[in-house]
Design a protein around this ligand. Sequence first.
Ligand code: ZN
Ligand code: ZN
Length: 351
Amino acid sequence: MIEKKVGKGEVAFKVTHCGVCHSDVHQARNDWGNTNYPCVPGHEVVGTVTAIGEGVSKVKVGDIVGVGCMIDSCQKCEYCEADEENYCQGEKGATMTYNGPMIPNGTNTYGGYTTDLIAREEFILKVPGKLEPEYAGPIMCAGITVYSPMRHWDLKEGQTLGVAGIGGLGHMAIQIGKALGAKVTAFTRDADKEEELLEMGADKVVISKDDGQMKQAAGSLDMLINTIPVPHDLEPYINLMKPDGNIVIVGNLVKFPEFSPASLVFKRLSIVGSLIGGIKQTQEILDLCAEKDIRPAIKMIDIKDINEVFENLANGTTEGHFRHVIDMETLRNHEAVRNEDSEKIEDPIRA
Ligand SMILES: [Zn+2]
Ligand SMILES: [Zn+2]
């Protein structure tokens, strides 16, 4: 039983839900060339506390908790001290929830596509009572990824926020930007999405492949959260910015085509990047989503459908912008069936 293994300062929980992130697909398939097999993906993990180790005070048995993208860090560098464990500059950096082969003792870490998980208390998040557990997972990845830059670069009430690319990250950015009091313009290639995006809370929708609409929106944004995951021309987006604006890159990690720095110079613009967020901010965004009724669009799935979901994510054939969330009860049921089957197989031998 897992309860016996909980160490000092650790929390064990029974996993009830785990969100499926696009990075799970990349990691499982070794797209980044750094996967350590066996690999168990999942960094949007939610469950019920089953045991706590000595000294744990943050949660108690029965609480609903979550673990996001990180599961450990040095806890003493200046970034950890500033609640920005995601930028830990300790010897090993932050340890990712899966495929983070650094701690403990250089062994691999295994993520949330499982029945039970143990994490140190500092990386445990509390799922607020007002937030249904199935929605918490995507907030700890997509939600924090767009919320953290809004806080860091101080998006103010009444300012104009642009959101480019409306997928898992973008649809959270629209809702969170609104909750922080910004005016939100959504940029999408897909004219069919307009009504849906307005319903989601966007004040305005601009079809990004329509040059006329893009021109009209020129000079209108204080901040742009750019979630587009593939290389694309930045120039049209640079033109959207007001002086002193920030273009925040959270999607594309590959390459941008050349662009002229002239508009950066003439408008004192910044092109910046941002990676998830620290634990304190992740808790903040969970609480904010609970309070302001912000929910990611989700679709619950059975664990047996995971390969199909991966296939669709890899091929870009997933319909809609929702996040898949695995109902982990289905994994427990499959395990139970498997155990029954193996007993059946043994029966003739005993007989
Ligand atoms: Zn993720
Ligand atoms: Zn650190």
